[in-house]
Design a protein around this ligand. Structure first.
Ligand code: MN
Length: 479
C-alpha cells in the first residue's frame, strides 16, 4: 500500500482498546512531527515508511507497544529525540524496542564494515532479549524491500542479499512464513531479475491452467467434509517464486515439483485432521513416501500439519495440507500468533517458547557466547544456522535440526555433552557408519556410548561441523 494514511491504520486497529488507539495516535503524531521535512527516495514524506511498518505489525495483531515502536522505529537514528524522552512519553518497553532496532552509532567503529557486522550481531542476538525487536525489524525490512525500486542498483543488490542471508532465515526460525515468503521473492526479484520474471510468468501460466482441476478437487473434498459434518475451510496455495527457484536450481523440472500447488484444508480439531486424511485418500490415491505427519512430529519452527501428495485430476500431483485452524495461524505467523491468543502475556510466552521449544535458540546462544569478534559471530551463524539444514531422527523419533554437512559427532553433542564424550560407535538406519559420515535428511541416528571410552578423539575436531561440538571436545582436553 503506497498511499497509506493514518486512517487506514486506525481501520485495522478496530479491535484494540480505545486507550491503546489513543497511545498509537500519539506515537504517530510524535513521529510525524520528528520526521517533518525528511523525504524518502520515492519523494514521499518520510512518515509514510514508519506508518507502513506499523501497518504490517497491526496486520499481525501486534500489541500496542510494538505498534508504537514501529511508528517510532527510526526516530532515535534520524531525529533529535532520545530514549529518555520516549520512555517519558510512552513507556520503558516501547523505548527499549525502539532502541533495539536502532543501529549502533558510527563513531564507535573505525570502518563501515565493522559497524555493519556489529549491527547484524545486534539484530540477531536481540532475539534472546525480546523477539519483538526482530519482528519490528522484519516489518521494517519488508517495507524497505517493497519500495526498493527507488534505490540505486548497487543498494538494491546489497539489501536483497542481506535480506536473503539474514532476514528471511530469521523469519523462518520464528515461523513467520508469510513474511519469509515475501522477503525471499522480493530478494530474488532484485538479485536475479531475469529469472524472477521468467518464473513469475510461468507460475501464472500454471496457475491459470490448474485452476479448474484444483477447484474440482476442492469441491469434492468440501462435499465429503460437509457430508461428514466436519467444519472446514479449504484454500489453494502455490509455492512462492523463490521456493520454485530453489527446486529448479536443485535440478527439478517445474511441472515435476510435487508441492507446486497445495490444497490447504483447515478443520476444527486434530481428530478431524486424521479423519479428513482418510477421506482425501479414498478420493485420490496417495504417493506413499510423500506422506508426512508434522502434527505428531512438528517441524523445528513449530509448524504442524499433515502433508500428503495425491494423484489429482488430469494426472496432476497435488499436495494436500491438513491442519486445524489454530495450527494454520502458527503456520503463517509463527511465534507472533501469541498476539492473537493472549495479547498481554504474549511477549513472555514468546520468549518462553523460544527457550524451551526452538532448537535454533540454544545454538544461537552458544555461538554468541563463543565468538567475541562480530565478524566471526556473523559468519558462524550464517554457516551453522542460516544455510541449508538437515533434519534427522533420534531413536525415539524426535527431530533434530543440524547444519548441512553435520556428522554423528555433531548429533551426539547436540543431544548431550556426556553422550558426545562417551560415544564409541554410530548406527544410521540400523547400519554402522564411520563417525565422519555426513548425515542426510530423515536418517535415523543411534549413538552407541561406552562409559569406559577414553573420551573424544582429537581428530573429531576436524570432523565436527558445529561450534558447540568443537567447544565441548576442546573443553574435554583442557580438563
Ligand atoms: Mn526503517
Amino acid at each position: 500500500m503506497n498511499n497509506l494514511e493514518f486512517s487506514d491504520l486506525k481501520e485495522i486497529l478496530k479491535d484494540y482498546q480505545p486507550e491503546e488507539i489513543d497511545i498509537i495516535t500519539k506515537a504517530y503524531n510524535f513521529a510525524k512531527q520528528l520526521h517533518t521535512g525528511q523525504i524518502r527516495q520515492s519523494g514521499e514524506p518520510y512518515i509514510i515508511h514508519p506508518l507502513n511498518v506499523a501497518y504490517i505489525l497491526a496486520e499481525m495483531h501486534a500489541d500496542k507497544d510494538t505498534i508504537c515502536a514501529g511508528l517510532l522505529h527510526d526516530t532515535l537514528e534520524d531525529t533529535t529525540t532520545t530514549k529518555e524522552e520516549i520512555t517519558q512519553l510512552f513507556n520503558v518497553d516501547t523505548a527499549n524496542l525502539v532502541d533495539g532496532v536502532t543501529k549502533l552509532a558510527k563513531m564507535n567503529f573505525s570502518t563501515k564494515q565493522e559497524q555493519n557486522f556489529a549491527n547484524t550481531r545486534k539484530i540477531i542476538t536481540s532475539i534472546t532479549e525480546d523477539v519483538r525487536i526482530i519482528i519490528i525489524k522484519l516489518a521494517d525490512r519488508l517495507h524497505n524491500m517493497r519500495t526498493l525500486e527507488f534505490k540505486s542498483e548497487f543498494k538494491q543488490k546489497e539489501n536483497a542479499l542481506e535480506t536473503l542471508e539474514i532476514f528471511a532465515p530469521l523469519a523462518y526460525y520464528i515461523g513467520a512464513s508469510r513474511l519469509k515468503s515475501e522477503l525471499e521473492d522480493l530478494s530474488l526479484r532484485y538479485l536475479r531479475p531475469e529469472i524472477y520474471f521468467k518464473l513469475q510468468e510461468k507460475k501464472l501460466f500454471f496457475e491459470n491452467n490448474s485452476n479448474n482441476f484444483l477447484y474440482e478437487m476442492l469441491l469434492k473434498i468440501k462435499n465429503i467434509l460437509a457430508d461428514k459434518q466436519i467444519p472446514n475451510e479449504i484454500k489453494i496455495r502455490t509455492k512462492n517464486i523463490y521456493g520454485i527457484y530453489k527446486r529448479i536450481e536443485e535440478g527439478e523440472q517445474l511441472w515435476n515439483i510435487h508441492d507446486l500447488f497445495a490444497l490447504k484444508i483447515m478443520v476444527d480439531d486434530i481428530e478431524n485432521c486424521y479423519r479428513t486424511l482418510g477421506y482425501v485418500h479414498t478420493l485420490y490415491y496417495p504417493i506413499n513416501d510423500k506422506f508426512k505427519d508434522y502434527i505428531c512430529n512438528p517441524k523445528t519452527n513449530m509448524y504442524r500439519s499433515l502433508h500428503t501428495t495425491v494423484f489429482g485430476p488430469e494426472d496432476k500431483l497435488v499436495q494436500t495440507q491438513i491442519r486445524t485452524f489454530d495450527m494454520d495461524k502458527v503456520a503463517s505467523f509463527g511465534l507472533s500468533t501469541y498476539w492473537d491468543i493472549k495479547k498481554g502475556e504474549a511477549r513472555n510466552l514468546m520468549q518462553k517458547d523460544l527457550k524451551e521449544k526452538y532448537q535454533f535458540f540454544k545454538s544461537l546462544t552458544q555461538i554468541n557466547a563463543m565468538f567475541d569478534d562480530n565478524k566471526d559471530f556473523v559468519n558462524q551463524v550464517k554457516i551453522e544456522l542460516f544455510t541449508d539444514k538437515i533434519y534427522v531422527y533420534t531413536t525415539k523419533g524426535e527431530i533434530i535440526e543440524l547444519p548441512k554437512g553435520a556428522t554423528p559427532i555433531d548429533f551426539a553433542y547436540k543431544i548431550h555433552t556426556e553422550l558426545g564424550n562417551t560415544m564409541v560407535e554410530c548406527m544410521v538406519n540400523d547400519k554402522p557408519v564411520p563417525l565422519d559420515y555426513i548425515l542426510k535428511n530423515k536418517d535415523r541416528v543411534k549413538i552407541i556410548a561406552d562409559k569406559l571410552s577414553c573420551g573424544p578423539r582429537k581428530e573429531w575436531l576436524e570432523k565436527a561441523q558445529t561450534s558447540y561440538a568443537k567447544k565441548r571436545i576442546r573443553e574435554f582436553y583442557k580438563n
